[in-house]
Design a protein around this ligand. Structure first.
Ligand code: 13P
Length: 248
């Protein structure tokens, strides 16, 4: 069965209410058939997305690793689901690097998301140093196995993976379609080693300086099923063009 393309916009800590309104209005005008579009704004603006009419889905950028309780400042997976959120980004390299989230923390958050009925968008990716040292596959395998060991390959039937090479995030340096395809194929094969049906249906997004002008060539690779978009998701025309590239 063909995998439906997915494009998710990760605003990171950017955007305002008015931007959300404009973006939703801009996308509503496009006929985005054949692509699932997820908007991941900062928490305060999630309601603008969940409240919008139409086909856009809401995703959070983070979730607590614990259930509800005395954890000041945290937002639980149950709360996100309660508010109409459907996706949550887990294990983004900025969370791993800037907020010290290790593989164990990522696996906890993955579990909380799934328990609440959210679909985790699990991010994997190597640094430039790791790539240049020939360690790309070892790093991706370690990050992936941390989740597989705890939750099994079957859990990926209710998840999305995003391959985000750290060196390509926000740098304007994109992995070539060949470089990205090679890692996507590696991820799919590794999952297939445990469950080939789940691997076949698993959507693997590419993230890292996807722009309107490189999206089509990346999305043309056989194991690239869409994108996780940072900077370009803050420009309505660019983001719409990327969604259209995925739909085609
Ligand atoms: P950029 O598209 O800005 O490189 O960011 C990618 C990213 O981190 C999406 O999660």
């Amino acid at each position: 069965m063909a995998r439906q393309p997915l494009v998710a916009g990760n605003w990171k800590m950017n955007g305002r209410q008015a931007f959300a309104t404009d973006l939703l209005a801009g996308l509503a005008e496009k006929a985005l058939a054949g692509v699932e579009v997820v908007i991941c704004p900062p928490f305060p603006y999630l309601g603008a997305v969940t409240g919008a009419a139409g086909h856009l889905k809401a995703g959070a950028q983070n979730v607590a690793r614990t259930e509800d309780g005395a954890f000041t400042g945290e937002v639980s997976a149950q709360m996100l689901a309660d508010c109409g959120c459907q996706y949550v980004i887990i294990g983004h390299s900025e969370r791993r690097a800037l907020f010290a989230e290790d593989d164990d923390c990522v696996a906890d958050k993955y579990q909380r998301a799934q328990d609440a009925g959210l679909t985790p968008i699990l991010c994997l990716g190597e640094t430039l140093e790791e790539r240049e040292g020939g360690d790309t596959e070892a790093v991706i395998a370690r990050q992936l196995d941390a989740v597989l060991a705890r939750h099994g390959a079957a859990s990926l039937a209710r998840a999305v993976i995003a391959y985000e090479p750290v060196w390509a995030i926000g740098t304007g340096k994109t992995a070539s379609p060949e470089q990205a395809q090679a890692v996507h194929a590696f991820i799919r094969e590794r999952v297939a080693g445990q469950d080939h049906v789940v691997a076949e249906g698993l959507r693997i997004l590419y993230g890292g300086s996807v722009k309107a002008d490189n999206a089509a060539s990346l999305f043309g690779a056989p194991d690239i099923d869409g994108g996780l978009i940072g900077g370009a998701s803050l420009d309505i025309a660019s983001f719409a063009a990327i969604c259209e590239a995925a739909a085609n």
